[in-house]
Design a protein around this ligand. Structure first.
Ligand code: GLN
Length: 522
């Protein structure tokens, strides 16, 4: 291979660039997939490894890659029919079920469990012939903002290995940030795609609720959950969204209409004449100074590019976190009832007789679930219990309606809304582990979109002055207007790259050091 197509160069290219090289016959999918597998071997394991992956799917990934290469080499109709992303590898958050690989949800209760069926998004990835590199780490059952609640240990942030990569989908974000995969899938119930994107300098999209099938995503809170792309560029997210999105009869909340052409929205970015609304309640007090500075710079860039910047107020957002932490645990407590030692995964017998089914369930759940999951099951069960249901769950649902109305009013004044994605940059591993409320506050800016079912994107907005760590900028659009996020996101991405002298990830210091260290150790 020429220098231009060396493994070290290839792993840093975007999925769109890789797809073009594959289509032109400049590289093979086997060489490409092997380059990512080698990268995983070099940076993911060991005491100071990124630990983005819970399972690496070497043989199957290479077999799919070889199949794509053979089809391309043969030419003809089959080669012409290949999907644009055929042969481009992807990593999958381990909350999404896959045949042929374990699915753990980051929990001991599912350790060693294999799904008998594929999630719809996995079927679509297989149909597009994208090699699946493996399953990525997450907070147990997607509950957390740091991956520290994974039963299998935390993932590290490639920018600084002593810091968190965000959560719950920190594994997918870290894999993409560390060039272990060009693309990944995440799930976002309260911010688990966007917040990891923000703190790792990657792009993450939570699609409109119902725009991507949830069939085969292990449910956390069914009315909030949404699968979405984790990538290094806005265009790559649009391309991946198109692979996984669109109607699915297996998901009763799946939207009936076909997806808009998201990739051309990303390719034809424009903001001229567009009204962009700053959400008054989602910046300023409580946000790190460096986050606020980068946010203000993005506003300036968009204004100079011809957008009209307006300010909107969403007064009920102050109750969003409170409503979320009643609705999400309520739904989770019900969804997690099925992990009972009878149907899936772990079974623990009580140490003393009698051996009743209730006692087996209790012993299994006591041993199989971690503290955060137990905390939320208790919260949810309490909120749903007779006598408290209306006071807690009922009130939270009414707040949810108020938040939706705030968005409706805001979108009457602005075409898209903008805010920082997270109030701070990546914090230190362990820093918030013993303080659940401090951990929950990370999602203050991302949760409203889940409560309203609207789409959101986080993209890298530069590095914070005080710590040199990535800051995320969030854009929000009305439901079903995902294309607008790609159109505006693509413009902001270009402006920011001009300002920062290229992609932000090229500037990650620790990552480069790790790669070197591991190679020297060999
Ligand atoms: N961090 C949030 C929580 O802990 C969001 C999780 C998610 O989006 N899956 O609930």
């Amino acid at each position: 291979m020429t220098e231009l197509n060396s493994a070290e160069t290839l792993i840093r290219l975007s999925a769109a660039e890789l797809a073009a090289k594959l289509a032109a016959g400049e590289i093979t999918s086997v060489a490409l997939t092997q380059a990512f597998l080698d990268r995983i071997a070099a940076v993911d394991g060991g005491a100071r490894g990124v630990k983005a992956f819970l399972h690496v799917n070497t043989d199957e990934a290479l077999a799919v890659a070889a199949e794509v290469d053979a089809i391309r080499a043969a030419g003809g109709a089959d080669a012409a029919a290949l999907h644009e992303l055929a042969g481009v590898p992807i990593a999958i958050k381990d909350l999404i079920v896959t045949v042929g690989q374990p699915t753990t949800a980051g929990s001991k209760i599912l350790e060693g469990w294999h799904s008998p069926y594929d999630a719809t998004v996995i079927e679509r990835i297989r149909a597009a012939k994208m090699p699946i590199l493996g399953k990525t780490n997450l907070d147990e059952f997607a509950m957390g903002s740091s991956t520290e609640h994974s039963a299998f240990g935390p993932t590290r942030n490639p920018w600084d290995l002593d810091r968190i990569p965000g959560g719950s989908g920190g594994g997918s974000a870290a894999a993409v940030a560390a060039f272990e995969a060009p693309l990944a899938l995440g799930t976002d119930t309260g911010g688990s795609i966007r917040q990891p994107g923000a703190v790792t300098g990657t792009v993450g999209v939570k699609p409109t609720y119902g725009s991507v099938s949830r069939y085969g995503a292990i449910a956390m809170a069914s009315s909030l959950d949404q699968i979405g792309p984790v990538t290094r560029t806005v265009l790559d997210s649009a391309l991946l969204h198109q692979v996984i999105g669109g109607h699915d009869p297996k998901d009763s909340t799946s939207l009936p209409e076909p997806l808009a052409d998201l990739a051309s929205a990303a390719r034809n970015g424009s903001v001229a004449g567009l009204r962009i609304g700053i959400i008054k309640e989602l910046h300023g007090e409580g946000y790190q100074a460096g986050v606020e500075n980068r946010f203000n710079e993005s506003l300036e860039l968009l204004r100079n590019a011809g957008a009209e910047i307006v300010e909107v107020s969403c007064p009920n957002f102050q109750y969003a976190l409170g409503a979320y932490y009643l609705i999400m645990p309520s739904e989770a407590s019900s969804n997690l009832a099925k992990f009972d030692g009878v149907r899936f995964g772990l079974r623990v017998l009580p140490t003393e007789p009698p051996l009743t089914i209730e006692r087996v369930m209790a012993a299994t759940r006591a041993a199989g679930f971690g503290d955060e999951v137990k905390r939320r099951i208790i919260l949810g069960t309490y909120a749903l219990s007779a006598g408290y249901y209306d006071a807690y769950y009922g009130s939270a649902q009414r707040v949810r309606t108020l938040i939706q109305r705030d968005f409706d009013a805001a979108f009457a004044q602005a075409d898209v809304l903008i805010s920082p994605t997270a109030p701070t940059t990546a914090f230190k591993l362990g820093e918030k582990l013993d303080d659940p409320l401090a951990m929950y506050l990370n999602d203050v800016a991302t949760i409203p979109a889940n409560l309203a079912g609207i789409p959101g994107i986080s993209l890298p907005g530069g590095l914070a002055d005080e710590d040199g760590l990535p800051v995320g900028i969030q854009l929000l659009a009305p439901a079903r207007e995902d294309a607008r996020l790609y159109r505006v996101g693509a413009v902001l991405e270009t402006l920011l790259e001009e300002k920062w002298g290229g992609p932000l990830l090229a500037q990650a210091p620790e990552l480069a050091a790790t790669a070197l260290e591991t190679q020297e150790a060999k």
